[in-house]
Design a protein around this ligand. Sequence first.
Ligand SMILES: Cc1cc2nc3c(=O)[nH]c(=O)nc-3n(C[C@H](O)[C@H](O)[C@H](O)COP(=O)(O)OP(=O)(O)OC[C@H]3O[C@@H](n4cnc5c(N)ncnc54)[C@H](O)[C@@H]3O)c2cc1C
Length: 356
Amino acid sequence: MSKNIVLLGAGYGGISFLNTVLPHIPSDVRISVIDRLRHHTIKPEYYALASGSLNESKVKAAFPIHSQVEYIQDEIKEIQISFHKVICKEREVPFDQLIVALGCVDNYFNVPWAAEYAQSIQSFAKAMKTRKKIDELPSDSHVVIIGGGLSGVEFASDLREQHPELRITLLERSEEVLATLPDRIRKYVRQYLDDHMIEVLTNVSVTMIDNQAVYYGLERKTVLYDICVWTAGIMPNPISNPLLAYSNADRMNRIAVKENYELPYYNDIFVVGDCASSEFAPSAQLAHIQGKQLGDYFISVWKGSEYKAEPIKLKGVLGYLGKKTGFGLVGDNVLLGKVPNVIKSGVLWMHKHHMG
Ligand SMILES: Cc1cc2nc3c(=O)[nH]c(=O)nc-3n(C[C@H](O)[C@H](O)[C@H](O)COP(=O)(O)OP(=O)(O)OC[C@H]3O[C@@H](n4cnc5c(N)ncnc54)[C@H](O)[C@@H]3O)c2cc1C
């Protein structure tokens, strides 16, 4: 009997799975890939879409073409596990085996009206909407970015380069931006932000957002904004929630999986990327490795060989500060200045040009 694999999401995890299995796919297996987009996109560059430094075409890459793979462009609404089907806006798609690689969405941590009033860079469409709003701003407008992690810092510094006329404020809940990175990086980045007139407010715990201000702290202090952008947290795509009935959630609500990425209590449903629990924080790097490992597992099943996952080793973190400089932690080595910027450009270029 032929097998019908349905892959939800053609992002980092999904495309890595596809690229791994396609050279080995048996003739009786078909893969249907469902994504709302017609292209793979380089999500780590969505901040640059929003700031205006990259055009749409620069963050898109063509899907791999194969006669046994069908791409369905549709909005996924629901996974019906018991009926073995996926409900999309335009159609229902049955599956024998399901791979969920749907990435993440913003986590607003129940901050009132954050979802209504804050802009986002977490999906392609939202990043484009944010860009349009920024382009329409009068010259002395105030952009408030909530969240001083990697994407908030990259967005703020790129926005400064693109829009020297804007006032930019970055709000961070911890004592310093990039709280999980070493002191040397934090100091370097903070100096860069100060030098480029990006105001940084730390120890700021946002309590509410309305149509003109961000509120924070017990005293309900406010920062008035023309646009505010939320980069303060993520959570797994809620479409994956029904899978939790057959698994457990980690502290980020990611779905626990077995070594082969299958649900612990349901066969033939697999999860990779930002939706899958891991000892590591979600990242493109992690999603890529998980997608590859899942592909290796499928190949081993098809060939009847044993599967043993290698322990995951991540290479490190790289961040841009505008187009010329950056920061990074590779192994124990701190990289500052031009080198991490060039390495990151190389990594993203390689990813984009080795897709098809
Ligand atoms: C601004 C920014 C900067 C980042 N920088 C870095 C970085 O420097 N390094 C790093 O390693 N990681 C970075 N990341 C994180 C990285 O992009 C993600 O961890 C990675 O993309 C996760 O891969 P994934 O396969 O789980 O999901 P994704 O790559 O997000 O893919 C999910 C796919 O599912 C599709 N999809 C989602 N919902 C639906 C639906 N309802 N219907 C149809 N299709 C749907 C999407 O269109 C997408 O193609 C960054 C993220 C952002 C937002």
